[in-house]
Design a protein around this ligand. Structure first.
Ligand code: 6GU
Length: 226
């Protein structure tokens, strides 16, 4: 998969691309992630990418020209163009599964007070990562890229995401490691028993209990289901 991210703050992505699973996925060629500075596409002599909004009342607004040129330069036949905005559809695990099957994504990060409304016409999809406002789409684009890349076949062991929270509309079951007794808090006996059927049953019950207690909404609607 190829992911092109358009941003006016490319430096924000440095740690993200050079750490842990994302770094390894890039090294092992499961994904090619390229960060593009929107400024490079500006035809303005001062490389300006934003200006005051018409009508007043707002701060700086991203101009259409650099973003249109960038998307037209990068877009191919199988490209899905995604605009990061708090006004977008709320991102869910199901969408991560669907997007992990795509060949090429372009993620556009909005910034400042917003972007020119005409930029919307470039997007196949507008996504928000939740009901709060960030200073820009950069963190949201990293959240979305991270959640997609870990689902690409081969990036992590399949077992480790088959039981992810939100699969089958359930939160993940509890896990434990050494020591068996930590400050009087003990690992449940069943996990030490080696009895696979009982362990499976325990985990299913715990996942259901946890979901009923913390996120009963997940059990009522199926929209998170991967
Ligand atoms: Cl995608 N962008 C911004 N600026 N704020 C957000 C968001 C995106 N998703 C939630 N809040």
């Amino acid at each position: 998969m190829k992911v092109d991210i358009l941003t006016i703050f490319p430096e924000m992505f440095e740690g993200f691309l050079t750490t842990s699973i994302i770094k390894r996925a890039i090294q092992n060629k499961f994904v090619d992630i390229k960060i593009h500075d929107i400024r490079k596409y500006s035809k303005n002599p001062h490389k300006k990418v934003d200006d005051y909004g018409f009508g007043g009342g707002r701060g700086m607004v991203l101009m259409p020209q650099p973003i249109f040129d960038a998307v037209e330069d990068l877009k191919k036949e199988n490209t899905k163009v995604i605009l990061m905005t708090p006004q977008g559809k709320t991102y869910k695990q199901k969408m991560a599964y669907d997007l992990s099957k795509e060949k090429h994504l372009i993620l556009i990060c909005g910034h400042y007070e917003g972007f020119d409304e005409r930029i919307r016409t470039l997007a196949d999809l507008e996504l928000s990562i939740g009901d709060y406002v960030l200073t820009g789409g950069e963190l949201a684009s990293m959240v979305i890229t991270d959640s997609i890349v870990r689902l690409i076949d081969g990036v992590i062991e399949k077992d480790s995401h088959l039981n992810d929270s939100f699969n089958n509309n359930l939160l993940d079951y509890p896990v434990y490691t050494k020591p068996v007794n930590f400050r009087g808090m003990k690992v449940p006996d069943v996990l030490l028993s080696g009895h696979h059927a009982n362990i499976k049953k325990f985990r299913e019950e715990e996942a259901l209990k946890k979901t009923q207690k913390r996120r009963p909404d997940l059990l009522e609607n199926g929209e998170n289901n991967g």
